[in-house]
Ligand binder design. Structure first.
Ligand code: DGL
Length: 274
C-alpha cells in the first residue's frame, strides 16, 4: 500500500511529460518522481482509443508494481480516456486536461482561446466541453496538430531540426494568431511546452498557457490537504524509465531542464504489432 514516502508516478507517450515533471520538481522538490515514457511505441495522438488504452495499461502495471501514491497523467491524449481506467488503480489519478481546462476557465482576460492538441484530443472534444462547462462565455477553437508532437521529439533530440518545426508551427498557428486573433493558445499536448521558446520567437507576445503549472499546483494542494507529502528532508529522486532509447531520454531531459536525473532505465515495451 502506498504511503507519504511513496513516489509520484508520471506517464506520457514520450518525453512530453517532462514538461509536467519539471513543474512538479520545481514546486515539490522533496518528492520522488517515477517517470515512464512509452518511447518504444511512438506516437499516441493519431491512434485509436483501444490502442491507446492497451499501451497505457502496460504503463499502469509498471506504476502499480512500484506502489505510487498518485498518478499524473502527463499526456492529454491519455487523459481523455481516464474514465476508462481510473478505477483499475488504487491511487488518485490527476488529468492534465482537467488542469488545463481549469486554468483556462480561471482567466477572465481570455475571451477567445485556441487549444492546440493531438488529433485524438481534438476529436474527443474534451477541452471545449470542460471549458464550456466552467466558463461558457469563452470561445474555444480546437486545433488538431497531427505532426507537432513527433516534431517536438525530433527537435529536442536535435536542435538542427528547428526549421522543420517552425514550418509546421506556421501551418498550425498563422491563421489563429493573424486572422482569428486569439487571446491565448492553450498547449493541449504536453510536448508543446517543450518548444514554447520557438513558438514565442515566431509569435512574440502570444499568451501560451501550459497546463503543467496548474497540474503541479493542484497536486501540491492535494498532498498538503491529505497529509501525503513526502517527509524526506532532502531533494527527491527523479527516476526515468523508457521503452525507447535511454541515451536519448537522458539528453532530452537535460535539454528541457528536467535535471538532475537520479537514473534513466530501459523497460521493455508492449509489442502490439501496430
Ligand atoms: N504528449 C501527448 C499529449 O499530451 C501526446 C503525444 C503523442 O501523440 O503521443 O497528448
Amino acid at each position: 500500500m502506498f504511503q507519504p514516502s511513496s513516489p509520484i508516478g508520471v506517464i506520457d507517450s514520450g518525453v512530453g511529460g517532462f514538461s509536467v515533471a519539471r513543474q512538479v520538481r520545481r514546486l515539490l522538490p522533496h518528492e520522488d518522481l517515477l517517470y515512464m515514457g512509452d518511447g518504444g511505441n511512438p506516437m499516441y495522438g493519431g491512434r485509436t482509443e483501444e490502442e491507446i488504452l492497451t499501451m497505457t495499461r502496460h504503463m499502469l502495471r509498471f506504476m502499480q508494481e512500484r506502489e505510487i501514491k498518485v498518478l499524473l497523467v502527463a499526456c492529454n491524449t491519455i487523459s481523455c480516456l481516464i474514465p476508462r481506467f481510473q478505477e483499475e488503480l488504487p491511487c488518485p489519478v490527476f488529468s492534465v486536461v482537467q488542469a488545463g481546462g481549469r486554468a483556462a476557465a480561471a482567466l477572465p482576460e481570455v475571451k477567445k482561446l485556441a487549444v492546440l492538441s493531438t488529433v485524438f484530443t481534438a476529436r474527443s472534444g474534451a477541452y471545449p466541453e470542460l471549458i464550456g462547462r466552467l466558463a461558457p462565455e469563452k470561445q474555444v477553437i480546437s486545433r488538431p496538430c497531427p505532426d507537432l508532437a513527433a516534431l517536438v521529439e525530433l527537435v529536442v533530440n536535435d536542435p538542427g531540426m528547428r526549421p522543420l518545426i517552425e514550418a509546421d508551427l506556421r501551418d498550425d498557428l498563422d491563421d489563429l494568431v493573424n486572422e482569428e486573433r486569439v487571446d491565448c493558445c492553450l498547449l493541449g499536448c504536453t510536448h508543446y511546452p517543450l518548444v514554447s521558446d520557438i513558438i514565442l520567437d515566431l509569435y512574440p507576445g502570444l499568451f501560451l498557457l501550459d497546463p503543467a503549472v496548474q497540474m503541479a499546483q493542484t497536486l501540491k494542494e492535494y498532498l498538503d490537504r491529505t497529509g501525503m507529502s513526502s517527509p524526506a528532508p532532502g531533494p527527491g529522486r527523479t527516476d526515468v524509465f523508457t521503452t525507447g532509447s535511454v541515451t536519448e531520454y537522458a539528453q532530452k531531459a537535460a535539454r528541457v531542464g528536467l535535471e538532475p536525473l537520479t537514473s534513466v532505465q530501459y523497460y521493455p515495451p508492449l509489442r502490439i504489432g501496430l
